[in-house]
Design a protein around this ligand. Structure first.
Ligand code: 5GP
Length: 201
């Protein structure tokens, strides 16, 4: 059985990552990597579903024993992708989605050059700002902090293989574009280097 692809999807706050990823998961061809984190669960979040919530000591122990595929510190907390779970998913042939921030994305690419890195963006900064304010879930300070971080994140845009825009009301189309990218990648010569051997067998 073919191994699935490792797909990193990053996007600034308000890009609609969760909604687009939910469309992908519904196809049945993808699995979502559940990260470990030291941050406290938010109301409604479930341990083992949204994140594995662990202590700082436990997180540091896991880094030390090589259990993390990548990790980062973000706003005072550790976040990381459990290596064993990721490998288990890829061995089933499903594509693995890592919904992680830019530094983690860069580290994944350094360790797994075949990983596919996709940057999901709102159609413009102005729309992103509208979405964040429209949610009404964050304080003005938090909104400004997240908007400021977007400028930093876009500084890393070059690390990504593809950019997909998520226009208002078109999240299904954004998911469709990601599926098209994946199909094209699977036909790419760089991912089919063994054709000469397999063709004549
Ligand atoms: P939040 O606290 O809002 O759930 O996540 C904060 C940020 O950490 C988001 O940008 C999210 O994509 C990122 N993140 C979540 N899990 C991981 C992970 O395992 N590794 C890295 N590098 N970033 C993560």
């Amino acid at each position: 059985m073919n191994k699935g692809l490792m797909i990193v999807i990053s996007g600034p706050a308000g890009s609609g990552k969760g909604t687009v990823n939910a469309h992908l998961l519904r196809t049945g061809d993808f699995a979502f990597s559940v990260s470990a984190t030291t941050r406290a669960p938010r109301p409604g979040e479930i341990d083992g579903v949204n994140y594995h919530y662990i202590t700082r000591e436990e997180f540091l122990r896991r880094i030390e024993s090589g259990d993390m595929l990548e990790y980062t510190q973000y706003c005072g907390n550790y976040y990381g992708t459990p290596l064993k779970e990721a490998e288990e998913v890829l061995n089933t042939g499903k594509h693995l989605i890592l919904e992680i921030e830019v530094e983690g994305a860069r580290n994944v690419k350094a360790r797994y050059p075949d990983a596919l890195l996709i940057l999901l963006l709102p159609p413009s900064f102005a729309v992103q700002e509208q979405r964040l304010r429209g949610r009404g879930t964050e304080t003005e300070e938090k909104i400004l902090e997240r908007l400021a971080r977007t400028r930093e994140e876009l500084g890393f845009a070059d690390c990504y293989d593809y950019v997909v825009y998520n226009r208002d009301g078109h999240d299904q189309d954004a998911a469709g574009e990601i599926l098209s990218i994946l199909r094209a990648e699977q036909c790419s010569m760089k991912r089919n280097r063994d054709i000469v051997n397999t063709y004549f067998n």
